[in-house]
Structures are given as C-alpha cells and as structure tokens.
Design a protein around this ligand. Structure first.
Ligand code: ZN
Length: 290
C-alpha cells in the first residue's frame, strides 16, 4: 500500500501522476513569514485543503510524473532518503518514496527524463540514493535536465546554508555520471512538454507547460509556494533569491492563467494539488471544484 493516495490527471494524451513524499500542516511559516495563523484563518477558501481551521498552512512535497506517448518524465525529486539536512524534519529520511513511485507504475529504470524546476534541497533529493557507500543516480537510464543558468548559480554558491550539501550529494553525482543536460529556460522537452521561464525564487527557476490535444496544464514549481499567495499577492517566500522579481513573475503568471482552462498543478500544493486560478477584483483564488 502506498503511504499517500496516488493521483493522476489526463491532459489530452499525457498523463500526469503525483507521488507524495510528505504532506504536513504547520511548520511552513519559515517559508512564508507573513502567513501567520491570524492572517491565514480569515481566508476562507483555503480551508480545508490548504489550511486547517487553526490557520496552519498545509503543504505537500511531491514529484510529478509526466507520461507522454514517448517519454516518462519525473518533475522534481523531493528531499530524498539518508541526506543530512539543516531542517530536522528533512534530515536522514527513510521514506518509501521509491516504492510509491513503483506502485504508481514507474520503476526507476523506466524513467527517461528527470527535470528539476530549480536546484533547491526539496526538488533534487531523489536524483540520487545512497548505495555501496556512495551517492548514485536513482534513475540510471534517464537524462537529467537542469537549467544552465540555475546550475551556474549553484555551482558558485555551493556553501549557501539554505542548500548546504545539496550540490555534493544530489547534483554533482549525476553530473559526474554523465547524465546531465544543461538546458535553456524555454527548452522544449518533447512535443507536449516545454519549459517556461519563471525566475525570482531562484535565478534559473522554470515551470513546466504541458499541452496535448487542446488541453493544457502548468506545473508551477516554487514561483507560487502556496495558494495563499493568490489571495495575498505581496506574501513572499523567505527562500526567494530575488523577492521583487519573484513577485513580478507571480503577478504575470496569475494574470496570464487566471480564468482560463489551464490546469494549474502546484509543486507544494496539498491535496487535491490541481485546480484553476480565478480572478476576483484585486486578488485571485484557487478553484479546486473540478
Ligand atoms: Zn520547494
């Protein structure tokens, strides 16, 4: 049995499947410092999916597998097991993520492509696993796509305390195994899947756009951490590299995709994770009713 329910969405001929590593209530105010309980509680539409009745934000860490007729693509690889991290709840995990991935229908050797929206600790972890005393690529037959700009930044910021150890145990081993392709921020992965530049959270942050047979979806990455940022446009993440740029990227994304049929799939949005952005006067909200 999977630890969490496995959810899929069909976008034309493309199937997108969510595999959760962990879903938690509370503890996320270090990421969104403005989102105090008192500030969150009055935003009624966040309950029950994205906040509890005490005003604690609920967030998820999950991977999204995009299965096209030709390719199996894993977008973002969560925190990973056995890694020593600064955040105690993220350190030295022993979670059944790979079993859950297999249960969803994706064995490690089936994966063709791994795409990291950015190189933060909770998006690259399962790039590698600890085996025979060393970090090895989890998906040995995959090409790992990383933004050229994103990689260049972290390559020179290896000691950033936010991301300490991440390059060494989760990025460089796949690079050294010859599995990485550095790509531009508008890279087209295949007919149905292309990247969309959404910088600010990190310098080379991208979102992933899926289009097939007239249907569309967008995997946001962390340019929107939590749906509360649709209501509160000025709530910025403390993990943002450039808050002003992150804000303008977010404004642009909300404006472009609100009141459209594009299914928005958040990278940290708790269950049900996907919905549609609706505009309401001077703010937005997230409609998960269908
Ligand atoms: Zn994240």
């Amino acid at each position: 049995m999977s630890s969490y329910p496995i959810t899929s969405w069909q976008i034309g001929r493309v199937k997108i499947t969510r595999v959760i590593e962990m879903e938690v209530a509370g503890g996320s105010r270090f990421i969104l410092p403005d989102a105090t309980r008192d500030a969150v509680k009055p935003i009624g539409w966040l309950q029950p999916h994205f906040a509890d009745d005490q005003g604690n934000l609920i967030m998820s860490i999950h991977a999204l597998v995009i299965e096209t007729p030709e390719q199996k693509i894993v977008v973002d690889t969560c925190i990973g097991n056995d890694k020593q991290r600064n955040i105690p709840n993220w350190s030295n995990l022993k979670l059944p993520f790979l079993q859950d991935l297999a249960e969803a229908g994706y064995e490690r050797n089936d994966v063709d492509t791994v795409m990291c929206t950015h190189l933060h600790v909770d998006h690259v972890g399962w790039n590698t696993l600890f085996e025979d005393g060393q970090w090895k690529p989890t998906f040995p037959r995959a090409r790992y796509l990383m933004g050229r700009r994103e990689y260049a930044y972290w390559d020179s910021e290896d000691e950033d305390p936010m991301n300490s150890g991440v390059m060494g145990d989760s990025v460089r081993p796949v690079f050294e195994a010859g599995l990485v392709d550095l790509v531009e921020m508008d890279h087209r992965i295949c007919d149905e899947v292309r990247l969309e530049a959404t910088p600010g959270h990190t310098p080379g942050h991208v979102s992933v756009h899926i289009r097939s047979e007239g249907s569309e979806a967008l995997i946001t990455g962390d340019c929107i951490h939590h749906p509360c940022q649709m209501e509160k446009l000025d709530w910025c993440s403390s993990a943002d590299y450039d808050q002003a740029l992150a804000r303008s990227t977010r404004d642009d994304l909300l404006n472009r995709y609100s009141d459209t049929d594009v299914l928005i799939i958040g990278t940290h949005f708790a269950t049900p994770t996907a919905g549609h952005i609706k505009r309401s006067n001077d703010h937005y909200w997230f409609d998960v009713s269908q």
